[in-house]
Design a binder for this molecule. Structure first.
Ligand code: FAD
Ligand code: MLT
Ligand code: ZN
Length: 451
C-alpha cells in the first residue's frame, strides 16, 4: 500500500516539509547489523510531544502503522518497517533539562543521546549509570523501549531501575505525562515499567526523568587472564562478595581479543584463553585490597591494572570493540542470552559444539556481561536469511532454562522463538495488554509478536 500524497502533505503540515522523507530511507530502513532491511514508505521527525501526538492521531485515523526509531543502534531488527508503514524518528526530541540537585534527577526528551545525558550528569558531579558501547548514538528513549542493560547492571540494575518519571504518546495520540519523579507513588499500575521494554509496541516514549547516582572519583580497571571459565566465575564471585565498588565484570576470549587487536590495532597486554575485565569505582584507592583479594583467591594468572582514563580506555576497548570487529567479518547472527552464571561453562561449550557440528567453517564469538550470566553469541558464516542456526542456538538456551533475550529485546529477529522464554499464557496476557492499548495493532507491528 503506497501512502497517499494527502497523507504525506498532512504530515508536512504537522512537522514541516523538511522533516518528512519519502526517498533515500536507507539509513532508517536498515538495522545496525545490516541483517534486517525494511521498506518503510516514509520517515517523519516530530520536534515536540504535541507533534508526535498529532502524527499518531493522523495515523490512527487512517490505520497507518508506525514504527518508532531512536538512534537505530538496536540489534534485533526492532525498527523494521514495511510498505505502507512509517518510521517515526525521535531524534529531534533531544532536549536535556538542568540536573535537579535536590532530587538528584534529570529530565530529557526521548531523542537525547545516552552519552549526552551522562555528560550532563557529570557536569553536576553526578552519574547516569547505564552505559554501553553505543552510548554515542543510542537515544534515551530507545534505552527505555528496550530496557537496555550494559556494563554496569551488576551494580546499578537495568534501565527500568533508573526511571522515576515518563511521558508517552499512545497509539490513539493521547498523551500520558507522569514526570514528577516521586520516589514513592503507589497509585495503581506501573505504566512506566510496562512501557519499558515494550519495544515501541505500546506507545512512543517522548520524555523521561531519571535518577542519578554519586560519582566516585577513584576508577580502577583490572584485566585478568584465565584458562577456564570456571576460574572467571570464581573470581567474579569473590570480587562481588568483597567489593560493593564493583561496577562491571566483562568476559571475553582469546579469539575475540585477537580479532579486536587485528581490526583496530588495540594492544593485548598478555595472551590468555579467557579474560575477565573488572571495573571498580570508589572514593578510596582500591589497588591494595584488590591485590589482597586476588591473593585470597590464589589467583596466579597474568593481570593488568589501569587507574587513569587513557589506560582504562585501552583495556576497555579490548572488550567494547567486539561488536564492531565481528561485523567486519560479515553479517553476524547475534544472540543476546542469559543463563545461570554457574551454567556458563557448560552452556558456552554446548553452543560452540552445536555450531561447529552444523558447519565447521562458521565462526562463533562469545563475550559478555559475566556477572549477569548474559552472553553475546555471534555466529559469522550463515546467510542472513538462514534461520537454522538461530533455531539451534536458541534451543540450546532453552535447554539451559535461559532467556533468549537478556538486554537487546525480541524485535523482529527473535519473535519466532518467544515461546522458548515465555509460556503461552504469558504471551496471551501480553497480547491482551497490547490489544487493550493498541486495538488497531498500529504500533511497531513487526516486533515482539508473530502475527
Ligand atoms: P532503536 O534501535 O532506534 O530502537 C530500538 C527499539 O526501541 C525499537 O523497537 C524501536 O521501535 C523502539 N524505540 C526507540 N525509541 C523509542 C521511543 N522513544 N518510544 C518507543 N519505542 C522506541 N544494548 C544493551 O542493552 N546493552 C549493551 O551492552 C549494548 N551494547 C551495544 C553496543 C553496540 C556497539 C551497539 C551497536 C548496540 C548495543 N546495544 C546494547 C543495543 C542498543 O544500543 C540498545 O538496544 C539501545 O537501547 C537502542 O537505542 P536506540 O535509540 O538506538 O533505539
Ligand atoms: C555488548 O555488550 O557489547 C552489546 O550488547 C553488543 C553486542 O551484543 O554485540
Ligand atoms: Zn551487552
Amino acid at each position: 500500500m503506497t501512502l497517499t500524497q494527502d497523507f504525506v502533505d498532512a504530515l508536512c503540515d504537522i512537522v514541516g516539509i523538511e522533516h518528512v522523507f519519502t526517498d533515500d530511507l536507507g539509513s532508517y530502513a536498515t538495522d545496525w547489523t545490516g541483517r534486517f532491511v525494511g521498506t518503510p514508505s516514509c520517515v517523519v521527525r516530530p520536534a515536540t510531544t504535541d507533534e508526535v501526538s498529532r502524527v499518531m492521531r493522523l495515523c490512527s485515523s487512517l490505520n497507518i502503522a508506525v514504527v518508532p526509531q531512536g538512534g537505530n543502534t538496536g540489534l534485533v531488527g526492532g525498527t523494521l518497517a514495511h510498505d505502507g508503514q512509517i518510521i517515526l524518528s525521535t531524534q529531534r526530541l533531544k532536549w536535556i533539562d538542568e540536573v535537579d540537585e535536590a532530587s538528584q534527577q534529570i529530565s530529557a526528551g526521548a531523542g537525547a543521546i545516552l552519552e549526552s545525558i551522562q555528560d550532563a550528569a557529570k557536569q553536576s558531579g553526578l552519574r547516569y549509570p547505564i552505559d554501553f558501547g553505543a552510548r554515542g548514538s543510542a537515544t534515551i528513549g530507545g534505552t527505555i523501549a528496550t530496557n537496555a542493560g550494559g556494563i554496569n547492571v551488576l551494580r546499578f540494575g537495568s534501565t527500568r531501575q533508573q526511571i522515576v518519571g515518563f511521558e508517552a504518546v499512545l497509539p490513539s495520540g493521547d498523551v500520558i505525562e507522569h514526570m514528577g519523579g516521586l520516589l514513592k507513588d503507589n497509585t495503581g499500575y506501573d505504566l512506566m515499567s510496562l512501557l519499558c521494554g515494550s519495544e515501541g509496541t505500546l506507545g512512543i516514549v517522548t520524555a523521561v526523568r531519571l535518577r542519578l547516582v554519586p560519582v566516585h572519583a577513584k576508577r580502577t580497571t583490572l584485566l585478568l587472564g584465565c584458562q577456564l571459565i570456571e576460574e572467571v566465575i570464581h573470581l567474579v564471585g569473590g570480587f562481588r562478595r568483597d567489593f560493593d565498588s564493583l561496577d562491571s565484570a566483562e568476559m571475553f576470549f582469546d579469539d575475540g581479543a585477537q580479532l579486536v587487536s587485528a581490526t583496530f590495532d588495540v594492544v593485548i597486554p598478555f595472551q590468555s584463553k579467557a579474560y575477565i575485565l573488572l571495573d571498580f569505582s570508589a572514593d578510596a584507592d582500591q589497588t591494595l585490597s584488590i591485590h589482597e583479594c586476588l591473593k585470597r583467591m590464589n589467583f596466579s594468572g597474568p593481570s593488568a591494572v589501569a587507574e587513569d582514563e587513557i589506560n582504562r580506555t585501552k583495556l576497555w576497548r579490548l572488550r567494547e570493540e567486539h561488536t564492531a570487529a565481528i561485523s567486519t567479518r560479515g553479517v553476524p547472527h547475534k544472540f543476546d542470552v542469559t543463563v545461570a552464571v554457574s551454567d556458563l561453562p557448560e552452556f558456552i561449550d554446548a553452543v560452540r559444539r552445536r555450531v561447529f557440528e552444523t558447519n565447521a567453517d562458521w565462526s562463533v564469538f562469545v563475550f559478555g556481561h559475566a556477572a549477569d550470566g548474559n552472553m553475546h553469541v555471534n555466529v559469522v558464516g550463515p546467510s542472513v536469511n538462514d534461520e537454522s542456526i538461530d533455531e539451534i542456538v536458541l534451543r540450546v538456551v532453552a535447554d539451559f532454562n535461559g532467556s533468549i533475550s537478556a538486554e537487546h529485546g525480541i524485535g523482529s529477529a527473535k519473535k519466532k522463538w518467544l515461546s522458548l522464554s515465555r509460556s503461552q499464557i504469558e504471551i496471551e496476557t501480553m497480547k491482551a495488554i497490547k490489544r487493550a492499548i493498541d486495538p488497531k495493532g498500529l504500533m511497531n507491528p513487526n516486533a515482539l509478536f508473530e502475527s
